[in-house]
Design a protein around this ligand. Structure first.
Ligand SMILES: NC(=O)c1ccc[n+]([C@@H]2O[C@H](COP(=O)([O-])OP(=O)(O)OC[C@H]3O[C@@H](n4cnc5c(N)ncnc54)[C@H](OP(=O)(O)O)[C@@H]3O)[C@@H](O)[C@H]2O)c1
Length: 231
């Protein structure tokens, strides 16, 4: 199999390990200073990936917010915003979602084979729909992204996507931000679901950095030999 992009998983969670609050709409876990940090990580990447449930529920724009960072990308000959990538089985996505409607970058939808026609009907004018197999195989997906020129990938959730990247050992680092409150509702989504993770009591992940950012804390883990503190 070919090469894959250097991959950073990025996630905020509550003290009890939840990504959201079980209802519709986005739960704000970060603070302003941390959002600026995330913006800087985004600006260094070639592509940002989220699952289709995150596109539907959070309606994220996934653009680089800082004018200065956008300018720096332009000076490097890049578009203002990294490529946006999502994954879907059912193709229940709307071309009006902010994911598709904002940013100057290419949008890619890796769709499970049976729904590719439906996805192309709905999204042809706003995105490139790629047949990702059934289900979409993350290893094939990242190699395809590499072939499309993506060298640095940021995965911004949600839990189903993070679980697959981690269990398939496709991540080089993890940025986990802990917000100082509880959700307390087991219907909410957790950071990850069940799975056989490469890191377990017998093989502990390497904690590379802890950083207090106002009232949240960033835990940065090195998950592969490709990790360097400045990478
Ligand atoms: N706190 C944070 O940092 C953060 C970040 C991102 C998201 N979130 C939260 O996370 C929640 C969503 O998490 P989630 O785990 O439910 O969803 P998710 O990981 O965002 O997306 C899951 C969806 O992606 C598609 N998918 C995933 N793997 C696939 C595969 N191998 N093949 C084909 N399709 C695949 C499916 O889409 P279809 O259903 O379209 O078939 C699946 O339902 C949202 O409520 C959001 O607020 C939080």
């Amino acid at each position: 199999m070919g090469e894959r992009p250097y991959t950073i998983l990025s996630c905020g969670m509550s003290l009890d390990g939840y990504l959201d609050a079980a209802g519709d709409g986005r739960l704000v876990l970060s603070n302003e200073a941390d959002l600026e940090r995330v913006d800087a990580v985004r600006a260094e990447c070639d592509a940002i990936l989220v699952g289709a449930a995150t596109v539907r529920n959070d309606n994220p724009r996934l653009v680089v917010r800082s004018r200065e960072l956008r300018q720096q990308r332009r000076e490097r000959g890049l578009g203002e915003t990294p490529m946006k990538v999502t994954i879907t089985e059912r193709a229940d996505l709307d071309a009006c979602n902010s994911f598709f409607a904002t940013g100057d970058s290419e949008k890619l939808v890796y769709c499970a084979s049976p729904a590719v026609h439906a996805a192309r009907r709905r999204l042809d004018s706003v995105a490139t729909v790629v047949d990702g197999g059934q289900p979409v195989d993350m290893a094939l997906l990242v190699h395809d992204l590499f072939d499309r020129g993506v060298r640095r990938l940021m995965v911004e959730g949600g839990g189903r996507v993070h679980t697959q990247f981690l269990t398939a050992d496709l991540a080089d680092e993890l940025h986990l931000v802990i917000a100082p409150f509880f959700v307390g509702n087991s219907r909410a989504h957790r950071f990850v679901g069940d799975g056989a993770f490469p890191w377990h009591p017998g093989r502990r992940a390497e904690l590379a950095e802890t950083r207090q950012i106002g009232d949240v804390v960033l835990l940065r883990y090195a998950l592969s030999s490709r990790f360097t503190a400045t990478s």
